[in-house]
Write a protein that binds this ligand. Structure first.
Ligand SMILES: NC(=O)c1ccc[n+]([C@@H]2O[C@H](COP(=O)([O-])OP(=O)(O)OC[C@H]3O[C@@H](n4cnc5c(N)ncnc54)[C@H](OP(=O)(O)O)[C@@H]3O)[C@@H](O)[C@H]2O)c1
Length: 285
């Protein structure tokens, strides 16, 4: 299939590479062109200097950029050249509002727009094991699904435009509380003078087990945070969550608290640290 891909960062770069490996003809575009140039040379993709160039002649246009405004900009440039019948799949984490807006603008040109945020992080993108939660036209998603499976382990259709983004918000709410719980657990173990490795062995097979515990306990205990999913991205996501909660009436006391803790981590210079850096606020006594 002829595919345009915009946003060749930590997530988009490896996702677009998987599409080439699967045998598709992929044109890659990125805001800083050097990244797109390096990606095209390394993986045998076509370099595109603009979003419109990447979208030109594409049956499928995929993006994974930064925030709402980035999506608005890239999608409007792509819509100027996409043919009727084309499908846009947006893997960026955005507001549900922008997903609905983009779906409406696309529909006006007989193009389908699917909001399709992902979970699984950098490792999931590299290994082609992402979980995709999608909103929008189910029939268009079914057409794109075999292509998207090049980097996904599961693709779930959640409902109308915006439903994918709302599901991703649920994911981030659940993560925020777990990560703060993990930070306090490690902190308490250190305050109590316990050996944190042995505590992990003792409790990680029981009811306290979580992905965060299995993947972040040891690094949090050592104060290592220079990797993983950045606090700046998490704050963007929690901002979207808290906005949406204001509109739908959900009460998110814990999420609000943890968002404030992440603001403190940013003030400590940890904007690019992994989300487990909530532990950095609670050093060993
Ligand atoms: N990293 C994760 O673990 C993870 C997991 C799930 C979801 N996400 C979400 O996925 C999205 C991307 O995350 P990421 O970690 O891949 O970020 P990233 O490494 O910063 O990649 C974003 C890429 O998009 C490009 N870009 C941004 N705005 C653009 C625009 N207006 N036009 C063209 N290109 C643009 C950036 O170009 P430049 O080179 O110029 O900056 C960058 O290469 C975010 O919404 C994030 O919340 C990330």
């Amino acid at each position: 299939m002829r595919i345009g891909y915009a946003g060749l960062g930590v997530m988009g770069g490896p996702m677009a590479r998987h599409l080439i490996t699967a045998g598709h003809d992929v044109a890659g575009y990125n805001r800083s062109p050097a990244k797109a140039q390096a990606w095209a040379e390394a993986h045998g993709g076509r370099f595109a200097g603009t979003a419109a160039e990447a979208a030109s002649g594409a049956e499928l246009f995929v993006l994974c950029v930064g925030n709402d405004d980035d999506v608005r900009q890239v999608v409007s440039e792509a819509l100027a050249v996409l043919e009727p019948g084309a499908v846009i799949v947006d893997h960026t984490t955005t507001s549900a509002r922008v997903a609905r807006e983009m779906a409406q603008a696309s529909q006006a040109q007989a193009v389908s727009f699917i909001d399709a945020p992902v979970s699984g992080g950098q490792a999931g993108a590299e290994n082609g094991q992402l979980s995709v939660m999608a909103g929008g036209d189910a029939e268009a998603l079914d057409r794109a699904r075999p292509v998207l499976m090049a980097y996904s382990k599961a693709i779930q259709h959640m409902g109308p435009p915006g439903a994918g983004q709302l599901t991703k918000m649920v994911n981030q709410i659940a993560i925020a509380g777990v990560v703060q719980g993990l930070a306090e657990a490690v902190h308490f173990a250190q305050a109590a003078g316990l050996d944190t490795d042995r505590v992990y062995e003792a409790i990680s097979k029981g009811a306290a087990q979580s992905w965060q515990m299995d993947n972040r306990w040891k690094t949090a205990a050592k104060g290592e945070f220079d990797f993983g999913f950045a606090v700046d991205w998490m704050r963007k996501d929690l901002g979207l969550v808290l906005d949406e909660a204001q509109a739908n009436g959900a009460r998110l006391a814990l999420t609000e608290l943890v968002d404030g803790y992440y603001a403190e981590v940013q003030a400590m210079g940890g904007g690019r640290w992994d989300t487990s850096s909530l532990k950095a606020r609670l050093p060993a006594p």
